[in-house]
Design a protein around this ligand. Structure first.
Ligand code: SF4
Ligand code: SF4
Length: 312
């Protein structure tokens, strides 16, 4: 555990080794940077007396841990048929073989730093998806990973409040609570925009429930972002127009991403190429559906939704 810790980041870029989770708002803003997908994960129930392991550390959960976890999970996630939760997240998608985020600059910096780094990245190395009282365990796990040989000595998470480093936790309490709150607030706000609708469709049929039940905790099911776009397009005519524009940019981005992969001629990238082509196909079908759709009237929260998505 790291009860008091700080971050001495040198912008080496090593933790930017894959595209981040995004809010729908962030994805709309960076539609030409990130191919979007929807990631579905099972979040298990926790019980007092259970030992939560993370890398070399562990925490014995008590009643307060379980209460905090349940409260956060109820706010951020959706109930699953097995009594646990489903985390439904917009996730950037790319070839794992590149081992880099598409927004990573050659010098290790983030090209979105000034234009709006995703909230999930701004919270790193803390984790907005688990209770604040577990962050000492999160930090210890992250430190163990940054000390691994293949991290080329990043070693940026320090015990104690080191001079010049960003303070993270003091005596077990998170210092920058705003970084966690920004991501959690976005997840909560976007429930009404698209996450509730997508989660409901995931548990709405027996076959979908069977696929979810077969998903192990920690494993991830990835699908094209179409259900999120269709849900947001139903909010208002402006949202529908934005969704169509996102689809057009995504198809162009998928084309260039796949073309770059074909030029690399790697056999291990074939499955991802196939998946991306599948994304492009269903996005095209969704575009046709949206182009012919008639949005009857704006949803009650259309004004707030449009402001959130930067359409006003
Ligand atoms: S690995 Fe550490 S030093 Fe490198 S960019 Fe990430 S937080 Fe910064
Ligand atoms: S968006 Fe920026 S900070 Fe986040 S993973 Fe990509 S390069 Fe790193």
């Amino acid at each position: 555990m790291i009860d008091t810790g700080s971050l001495a980041c040198t912008a080496c870029g090593q933790c930017c080794n894959s595209p981040p989770a995004l809010s729908l708002r962030e994805w709309f803003a960076q539609r030409a940077v990130f191919v979007g997908s929807i990631a579905i994960e099972r979040v298990p129930r926790r019980r007092a007396g259970e030992r939560l392991h993370a890398e070399t550390d562990a925490r014995l959960l008590d009643d307060d841990d379980v209460a905090d976890h349940d409260a956060l999970a109820n706010a951020l996630f959706h109930r699953a048929p097995d009594g646990g939760w489903l985390a439904v997240t917009l996730q950037g998608y790319d070839y794992p073989s590149t081992a880099r985020c598409p927004a990573l600059a050659a010098d290790g910096g983030c090209t979105l730093h000034d234009a709006g780094k995703p909230a999930r990245c701004a919270a790193v190395p803390l984790d907005p998806l688990v209770p604040d009282r577990w962050q000492p365990l999160v930090l210890a796990a992250r430190r163990a990973s940054t000390q691994a040989p293949h991290w080329r000595g990043a070693d940026c998470i320090r015990d104690g409040l080191e001079a010049g480093a960003t303070p993270l936790i003091e005596a077990g309490r998170v210092i920058d609570t705003q970084a966690l709150a920004r991501e959690r607030d976005a997840l909560v706000f976007e429930r009404a925009l698209w996450r509730d609708a997508v989660a409901a469709s995931l548990v709405g049929t027996a076959s979908a429930r069977a696929s979810l039940n077969a998903l192990r905790p920690g494993a991830r099911l990835t699908i094209a972002p179409v259900p999120a776009l269709l849900a947001v397009a139903r909010i208002s005519a402006a949202c529908r127009a934005a969704a169509i524009d996102v689809i057009d940019r995504q198809r162009a981005l998928i084309d260039t991403t796949v073309a770059a992969a074909l030029a690399r001629r790697r056999l291990d990238e074939r499955a991802i190429t196939q998946e991306l082509r599948g994304f492009a196909l269903v996005l095209s079908r969704a575009r046709d559906e949206l182009a012919n759709a008639f949005v009857q009237s704006s949803a009650p929260f259309a004004h707030d939704a449009e402001r959130w998505l930067g359409l006003r």
